[in-house]
Structure formats: C-alpha cells, structure tokens
Design a protein around this ligand. Sequence first.
Ligand SMILES: [Zn+2]
Ligand SMILES: [Zn+2]
Length: 285
Amino acid sequence: MRHTNIEQQITNYIKLFPSYEKILNFFKEITIEQNKYIEDTKIIPPDIKKSLKEIHLKEGFPLIDKRDFFIDINSSINLFDSLCNISRNANEKLRINIQYIEDALSINALNPREIMRNFFDDLYIEKIAGEFDIDLTVLKFLIYESIKPSIILNVEKISKENEIKNWYKGYCPICGSIPDISKLDRDGKRFLKCSFCNFIWQSERLKCPFCDNTDNKKLRYFYAEDHEEYRVDLCDNCNQYIKTVDSRKINYDPFLSVDDIVTIHLDIIAQEKGYKRPASSLWGL
Ligand SMILES: [Zn+2]
Ligand SMILES: [Zn+2]
C-alpha cells in the first residue's frame, strides 16, 4: 500500500515513541526515497491466468507466485545505490556491511542485476552473503527495500483488476506469504498485513493465522504496558505469535510497518516467553 504524508505520519509516531526516534528517522528517510522512485518505476503487470482466478477463491490459491512479481531492475539498482548511501550513516553494522557490498561491486564480483533478479531466492541471497561476508539480514533488507516500489505497483494493479474478498485465510491472497502484523479496525474486524507484498486482507478474528487454530483455550494475548493499543496474540497450538494494533484505541489510522517498529520490545518479550515470530522482521527479529 502506498502511504501519503509519510513525513508527517512518522513524525507523529516519533512524538509518541521517542525511544524509537533513531530507527524511525532511518525508516522515514528510506520510505521518502522509495516514494521518489515510484513515479519513474515501470512495470508490466503480471497477467493472472483465468484458470488461476477461478481456483483462487475456491481452493485458496494465491493469485501469483512471489517470483512472478515484475521488477523494474534498472530502477531497483539505482534505488539500491541510494539506500546504501542513506544506510551507511545509520549505524556501525550497516556501515561495515555496505563497505563490503561496495568493495565487491567495485571489482565487479557482485552483479547488482543478478541480485535484483533473484530477490525471491533465499538460497541465492544466502550464498552471496556468505561469499562476500555480508550480514544476511542487511543484504536482504537492502534488496527488499530496493524492489519495494515495483512490488507496490504490482499489488496496486493486481488488487485493482481482481476482486479480492471473502479470503479469510492466514496467508496473502495475492502472493501467498504469511502475515507479519495485524490490526483490528474501528468496527473490531481483523485484518492481516502480508510480510512480503504488504497487501492487507480481512481474516477471522479468533484464529491463529499460522496454524488455523480456533480453540480459544489455546489463544491468548498480552498488552503493551503503556500502550494498550498494542497486543501480542499468542497461539499455544503452534507456539507462534503475531502483534496486533487495535484501531479502536487510537485516533489515527495505523501505519502498520511503523507499528511493527515501535513494538520491537514486544517481539523481545514474546520471544522470551518462548513464542516464535514466523515472518521475521526486516530489523532482524
Ligand atoms: Zn502478499
Ligand atoms: Zn497457531
């Protein structure tokens, strides 16, 4: 989903969560840069086969495979370069790893075109990271953020051309990925956000999205101590969790990627309790 007024929105979050100021400013810079690129990003929207559309709802098939998202490679390479420049000042870990990336690029050992083309291939990215001693989380983060304008445009097209409703599953109707965060809207309806393409879809309120458990004795939650709008939904069937933002307890529309950042402390608490986060965050948790 494309966000408008990003600067203002994130500035408001910084006021509410001053301890996350540094990371939020970093996220803001990245998002503003991506928005600049989005205007010039050109995509050929993936053609959803009629046969797939038909079984989509009936049999719960996502509309496309992650690898079939159309990526504007040139634009992604340029954005990768800009993001490296922004990120090198964010912290020491990023600075060192971006140095490794640039060293490898400068001797043509690393091919940016190949990296962008293989964005969906975890094994390929792991191999590259290992070969050049680059931290895997950092490399994945930079690649993903570089292709994000293309992904946003793909999702806009696909969701406009295909009616997506009555899905209610624990994985994304567009790309099949699992959710990374959820929200309750003002009417208390539950929505999940895709960890890959960021599409938001409605799901059942009392169900673990990861194992479909609906036994309420095995579904619990705890709240953030000083921010009751945030809670962590725990499933004792699969021992996994997802964070949820309750829109009824705030007077603004949640910006879920940002909510995911300002609740990093809740990930730590949930993981200390022994629960796992299935879709790891870009921040390495
Ligand atoms: Zn998705
Ligand atoms: Zn579960």
